[in-house]
Design a protein around this ligand. Structure first.
Ligand code: UD1
Length: 315
């Protein structure tokens, strides 16, 4: 049985990883300080572990502390590093606090993982590092040009991953997530992502607010595809080590189309509010996923529409 450390395991993406790992019988340790993650996301972890025949352990602590990171990594075969202060907007409000967690926290974990000689270190990076270049699709050979502290922090984190591979032979892989959505994504924060915000507004019978004209597009990525990318990264051969890969669906929809689909689920026409464009927002986002397909064997098998349906039912 392999031991997986999931940092940020109390968060949306982390807890979905924990659930799948436990269901297939792995041993999972979570490191989380519950700054943005939620304890309730792990309420069922013990029963998932029982059903799968694996084991679950929670270590409450902060990635900004190297000693905590060493304790968390001790004995781990794989590290899935999801802990972060998410949200582009939040990083604009708090560049220092987000940098401490997103950059220094990542370096701490890399040092701990290097010394523990883990089999794989997989880091959650972000499409936001591409910035506002209008060229689509975004491919990994493009020069990153972040326009937010968050994008820059994720670029720093994945550059550290590449460097730790080159300097110390750490088999690290960075996954550039594109607008992930799905069950357990927090709909309650002012920094929440658009899909949980829209679903809860529509279910409540209030109008969702679109910033801008609603013609901006995103390559929304359903969580099951992201989980698959992490698991395949743990098995990917040496050609992938030290690399960074786009993880998305390879399709994009506009916010107006998104509201239309959610309106179909609600069984009525939804009329959104239109508010001014959000500063720092990029217009279009679409991923090329050929590199991930080739080097990781990534194969996103849940479409946006199907993912939206499952998320609608979960919220
Ligand atoms: C960005 C990144 C994403 C990253 C996330 C972390 C890009 C393309 N994507 O997402 O990979 O994981 O940051 O925070 O850089 N919106 C509304 N109404 C709302 C809320 C949002 O219209 O109530 C709009 C936003 O203005 C934006 C779109 O919906 O145009 C998506 O916003 P959001 O879900 O916050 O994600 P991004 O900032 O695109």
């Amino acid at each position: 049985m392999s031991l997986f450390l999931v940092t940020g395991g109390g968060g949306f993406i982390g807890s979905n990883l924990v659930e799948v790992l436990l269901a297939r019988g792995d041993a999972v340790r979570v490191l989380d300080n519950f700054a943005t993650g939620r304890r309730s996301n792990l309420d069922s972890a013990t029963s998932w572990a029982k059903a799968g025949g694996g084991s679950f352990e929670l270590l409450e602590g902060d990635v900004r502390d190297l000693a905590t990171c060493r304790r968390a990594v001790a004995g781990a075969d794989y590290v899935l590093h999801q802990a972060a202060i998410p949200s582009v907007q939040r990083s604009v409000m708090d560049p220092v606090g987000s940098n401490d967690v997103n950059v220094s926290g990542t370096v701490n974990l890399l040092v701990a993982a290097r010394d523990e000689k883990v089999k794989r270190f997989v880091m959650a990076s972000s499409s936001s590092l591409y910035g506002e270049s209008e060229v689509l699709p975004k491919v990994e050979t493009m020069a990153p040009a972040p326009i937010s502290p968050y994008g820059l922090q994720k670029l720093a984190g994945e550059t550290y991953c590449g460097l730790f591979h080159r300097l110390y032979g750490l088999p690290a892989i960075a996954l550039r997530y594109f607008n992930v959505f799905g069950p357990r994504q927090d709909p309650t924060s002012e920094y929440s992502a658009v899909i949980p915000l829209f679903i809860t507004a529509i279910k409540r019978g209030t109008q969702p607010t679109i910033f801008g004209d609603g013609e901006q597009t995103r390559d929304f990525s359903y969580i099951a595809n992201v989980v698959q990318a992490n698991l395949r990264s743990c098995e990917a051969g040496p050609a992938a080590h030290g690399g960074a890969f786009n993880i998305a669906c390879g399709e994009r929809i506009s916010l107006n189309e998104l509201v239309g689909i959610l309106g179909e689920f609600a069984g009525r026409k939804v009329q959104p509010n239109y508010a001014p464009h959000r500063p720092g927002d990029i217009k279009h986002s679409l991923a090329g996923i050929e590199m991930a397909q080739r080097f990781l064997g990534y194969d996103p098998d849940v479409s946006v529409r199907e993912g939206l349906r499952r998320t609608w039912e979960s919220l």
